[in-house]
Design a protein around this ligand. Sequence first.
Ligand code: NAD
Ligand code: UFG
Length: 404
Amino acid sequence: CVISIQSDEKSDCAICALDLISASLRIYIIILNKYSTFLLNLQLHLAKIKKIYYNNKYRNIYERTYIMSRILVTGGTGFIGSHTCVELLKNNFEIVVMDNLSNSKRAAVDRIEKISGKKITFYKTDMCDYDGVTQIFKENSIDAVVHFAGLKAVGESVKMPLEYYTNNIHGTLVLLRVMRENGCKRIVFSSSATVYGMNNVAPYTEDMPTSATNPYGYTKVMIEQILKDCCVADAEMSVVALRYFNPIGAHKSGLIGEDPNGIPNNLVPYIAQVAAGKLEQLSVYGNDYDTPDGTGVRDYIHVEDLASGHVCAIDYAMKNKGFEAVNLGTGKGSSVLEVVAAYEKACGKPINKRIAPRRSGDIATCFADASKAKKLFGWEAKADIDEMCADSWNFTKLNPNGIN
Ligand code: NAD
Ligand code: UFG
């Protein structure tokens, strides 16, 4: 462990001394894994002392430097996973990425490394492969997991329910079993606003009943239930299920973004391909909904805001036990026509569109009550729809053939 001091401040020296003690504790954690919770708590106390010294000024830098936690990111080369990897690295977490590359490319690893200037450990492993996942835990001391890996296309899940239940649910069960066998008790899970089903009325709050209308949605509802049950069975377990609303946008560098296989199902990737000249026309699915302009309203959230929400969730999971479901959204809805207008502004040309019949299974309005994330994590989404569309277009322009 090397710590360099570039300051005349006495308080800096004191903090470095505490860092040194923390680093030593970390070595003990690796050696004495079974006492990790106790030692981690000790580290938390040291961090509190440092916080008093610094009067919260450098809280983010210091609180995370001392922990030096190693996070396993499943599905880390995918759209949301890759942005979260960048954000975790920025906040001094060490990361190990596991992905079977079924819906992403190996090149995403290079791009994460390019943006962050840091090397990451990557495993091309399927989460359903018990031996493969076990090997990752044996080769790395994992403090927590951020679990993105999963299949996510609603329409495809209706056609291939067995593949969806096997991949998403069996894969998560394998992961949880390996975590238990290796004493890893913290997990942040990618859930979805889809768990609010068709019967709740926006804004959605986390205490509303959950349900689903398709196999993909049921995998999210079921995995949340499995995670709750794990917390009941083991009081040391810490789970945060993040219910994402509609993630869009891309990293400001334009190096990573959404790179779907085939024809996109979701609105913004579809508009992006119309803007890029790859698809001819956007179908607006219905303009007779009970919304201000008749088109569907959704809570679009910038993927970078979403990524920072994961860092908050990991911090929270490090310090708390039990199950929490938390919405990650802006709390504001935008209609399809508003998104089209924002994209036209971003790319500087009109988006060819037509009004089409409603898409089966769609609801009129979906947006979050985002107050729990603010209360629990101090997190709020920052970007507006113009910024989201500008970053999406920047990525599309710079990567005409996706991430290759
Ligand atoms: P994505 O497809 O870009 O990323 C998922 C990653 O998981 C991919 O890289 C894929 O290769 C990998 N993967 C799938 N099955 C795997 C397996 N068995 N083993 C190892 N890796 C596997 O999707 P995303 O948009 O980044 O979504 C990430 C998570 O967030 C998913 O669980 C998704 O259901 C959830 N989510 C996404 C949205 C959205 O609109 N993008 C909304 C709500 C929730
Ligand atoms: N839409 C169109 N034309 C298109 C695509 C979409 O008009 O070509 C409309 C839809 O009718 C809807 C809105 O754009 O009103 C958003 O649709 P998306 O398909 O982009 O997003 P959804 O809200 O339907 O669903 C997405 C994910 C789900 C996830 C949900 C909440 O696909 O998996 O967000 O997070 F559960």
